[in-house]
Design a protein around this ligand. Structure first.
Ligand code: DGP
Ligand code: NA
Ligand code: NA
Length: 201
């Protein structure tokens, strides 16, 4: 009897409007569960959504903790999928959480502690898009946090978070080219070790 291979935890990271959503929809031929973070469908996600659409205000600290809590809400589901051989693709993860809050000037140790113990990704695909291209894509600037200045800071901060399991993907190109890059990386993941938990971000 063959052992069922565990699923992979694949993270898409990058700036707003870097084309991540398009990418993950196009990869739907695999047995994959997609989780967008923030997951706006949960009660905590609805609060985040109201904040982003400028319907409510809250402190930066409270917002940070809500984003962390919103990711924690899905941990059981992620682990269930992985152990039954289903891949999980998350649009954003702890790295967005840390990069946005550091860019706003919250204390580094406090910020980085919020996602310790989360499942460790098998790969983080970092979609790199030039800020000029990102600003030209549709819908930019509609929500809070989409100002050019904050995006520049997030971009710089995000790069400092790079880990050995990060892969940079040039997202300025056309969709087919980017999709090819993504598949090549995902097809070569080594899934023999069990899923680890993040001991630092
Ligand atoms: P999205 O739905 O992927 O466009 O994300 C909504 C916005 O929230 C986007 O500007 C990025 C930001 N964001 C995503 N995750 C986090 C997080 O954990 N912390 C903070 N502060 N912002 C985040
Ligand atoms: Na956005
Ligand atoms: Na998202």
């Amino acid at each position: 009897m063959g052992e069922t291979k565990r699923g992979a935890l694949i993270i898409f990271e990058g700036l707003d409007r870097s084309g991540k959503s398009t990418q993950y929809l196009r990869s739907k031929g695999r047995t994959v569960e997609f989780i967008p973070f923030p997951d706006r469908s949960t009660p905590i996600g609805k609060l985040i959504d109201m904040y982003l659409r400028r319907e409510i205000d809250m402190s930066e600290e409270a917002l940070h903790l809500l984003f962390c809590a919103n990711r924690r809400e899905r941990v059981d589901f992620i682990q269930e999928c992985i152990s039954t051989g289903i891949d999980v693709v998350c649009d954003r993860y702890a790295y967005s959480g840390v990069a946005y809050s550091l860019a706003k000037g919250l204390p580094a140790d406090w910020v980085r502690a919020g996602d310790v113990g989360m499942p460790q990704p098998d790969v983080v695909l970092f979609f790199e898009v030039s800020p000029e291209v990102a600003c030209q894509r549709g819908g930019f600037g509609e929500e809070r946090l989409e100002t050019g200045e904050l995006q520049r800071k997030v971009r710089e901060t995000m790069k400092l978070l790079r880990k050995p399991f990060w892969q940079m993907v040039n997202a300025d190109g056309d969709v087919q080219t980017v999709e090819g890059e993504v598949r090549a990386i995902v097809d070569h993941l080594d899934l023999h070790l069990p899923l680890q938990l993040l001991d630092q971000i």
